[in-house]
Design a protein around this ligand. Structure first.
Ligand code: AFP
Length: 327
C-alpha cells in the first residue's frame, strides 16, 4: 500500500512542495468531514456575502476558504496565497519559495443538493524571495506550475495530483485517515464518445461551437458517423475526474451571455490546474484554439473559455474553430 506521504517523500520531489501539498491535503480531510456532516452540522445555506465575481457564497465556501488560507499562510514555504473567493492575494512568508492558488469549493451550488464538490489547487514558484508577495507575482502562465491537483468530495474523497510530470490518484481511507494510491501514471484515451457542456447556453455560443454540438447530437446520422453521450456534473472537478477515469471532452466555451465574461471559468483557479493534470495525462486543454497553459494572465481573477479532455476530440474542436474563424 502506498500512502500519499510515502509517494511524496522521495528525493525526486522538492521538500517545500511536499510540505505545501501536505498542508492542502490535510485541510482537505477537514473539509471532507464538514461536508459529510452536511445539514446535521447546520452549515448549509448562504453566508450572506458575495465573492469577488458577485456570486453568492455558501457558508461552506467561506469555511473551506478560511481553513486553507489559515493553514497555508502559516506554512513557512508559502510566500503568498490567492483564493478564488478573495479579491486580492494574501502575502504569507517572504522567505517562502512557493505561491499557492485555490478554489476552496468548486461547484458550490451542488452543496445544497448533496452532490459532488471539490477543492482545486495550483502551486507556482515565487521569484522574489525576501520580499512580501503581491498580486502581480501570481501572474505566471500555467506552464510554470510546479504541481496542481484537486480533491473531489464525492461518494468517497479522491485526490488527483500532478507532480514531476506524473498524474496520480489517491483515495482517502475513512478508517485510517490516509490517502492511499489507487492509480499511478493516469492516462486518457485520445478518442471519446462522451462530452460535457451546459447546452442551455447554446444560443450564446459562437458558430463553430454550435456546429460542433450539432454534429455530436446528430450522432450516427451526421458527419461524425457515431453516437455521443452527454454528462454534466455542474462542478468542473467532477467532470474532469470522470475524464481522467474514462476519457471525454469537457467544455465551458466562450459565450456572449455576459459581455464582461469571456467564458465562465477562472484561468488561475480552475483552468490552469485542470489543464496541467489533463495534459500530463496525455489529453489536451485549449481555449478552443490555443493552449490554456500558454495564456499569460493579466489579472488573478480572469476568465477563459475551456475545451479539455481526450486529445483527438479537443483537436477536432480546434480545427472547427480555425476553419470557421470568421464566424
Ligand atoms: P460554482 O462553484 O459557482 O457552482 O460554479 C462551478 C463552475 O465554475 C464549474 O465548476 C462548473 O463546470 C460550472 O461552473 C457550472 O456552470 P453552470 O452552472 O453554468 O452549468
Amino acid at each position: 500500500m502506498t500512502t500519499l506521504a510515502k509517494y511524496l517523500n522521495t528525493d525526486a520531489h522538492d521538500p517545500a512542495l511536499i510540505d505545501v501539498i501536505t498542508t492542502v491535503t490535510e485541510v482537505g480531510k477537514t473539509i471532507s468531514q464538514l461536508l459529510k456532516k452536511g445539514a446535521l452540522a447546520d452549515i448549509l445555506g448562504e453566508a450572506g456575502n458575495q465573492n469577488v465575481q458577485g456570486e453568492e457564497q455558501k457558508k461552506l465556501d467561506v469555511l473551506a476558504n478560511d481553513l486553507l488560507l489559515d493553514a497555508l499562510a502559516t506554512n513557512s514555504h508559502c510566500a503568498g496565497v490567492a483564493s478564488e473567493e478573495l479579491d486580492d492575494a494574501t502575502p504569507a512568508n517572504a522567505d517562502g519559495s512557493l505561491l499557492v492558488l485555490f478554489d476552496p469549493l468548486d461547484g458550490s451550488s451542488n452543496i445544497d443538493i448533496n452532490m459532488a464538490v471539490g477543492t482545486i489547487f495550483s502551486i507556482l514558484p515565487y521569484q522574489r524571495q525576501g520580499h512580501m508577495s503581491e498580486n502581480s507575482d501570481f501572474l505566471q502562465a500555467g506552464n510554470k506550475q510546479l504541481a496542481a491537483g484537486y480533491l473531489l468530495y464525492g461518494t468517497s474523497t479522491v485526490l488527483a495530483l500532478t507532480i514531476a510530470d506524473n498524474v496520480v490518484m489517491f483515495s482517502l481511507d475513512p478508517d485510517t485517515g490516509d490517502y492511499v494510491l489507487i492509480e499511478d501514471n493516469v492516462q486518457i484515451d485520445a478518442d471519446t464518445s462522451e462530452y460535457a457542456i451546459n447546452a442551455s447556453n447554446y444560443r450564446h455560443w459562437r458558430a463553430p461551437m454550435q456546429q460542433y454540438i450539432d454534429e455530436l447530437i446528430a450522432g450516427k446520422t451526421g458527419v461524425r458517423g457515431r453516437d455521443f453521450n452527454t454528462r454534466w456534473v455542474a462542478a468542473m472537478v467532477g467532470d474532469v475526474h470522470r475524464i481522467l477515469c474514462r476519457g471525454g471532452l469537457f467544455t465551458y466555451p466562450f459565450d456572449t451571455k455576459d459581455p464582461n465574461k469571456a467564458g465562465k471559468l477562472r484561468l488561475m483557479y480552475e483552468a490552469n490546474p485542470m489543464s496541467l493534470l489533463i495534459e500530463r495525462a496525455g489529453g489536451a486543454a485549449t481555449d478552443a484554439v490555443n493552449r490554456i497553459l500558454e495564456v499569460e494572465p493579466t489579472e488573478i481573477h480572469q476568465r477563459v473559455p475551456v475545451v479539455l479532455g481526450s486529445k483527438n476530440e479537443v483537436n477536432y474542436v480546434a480545427d472547427l474553430h480555425v476553419k470557421h474563424a470568421d464566424q
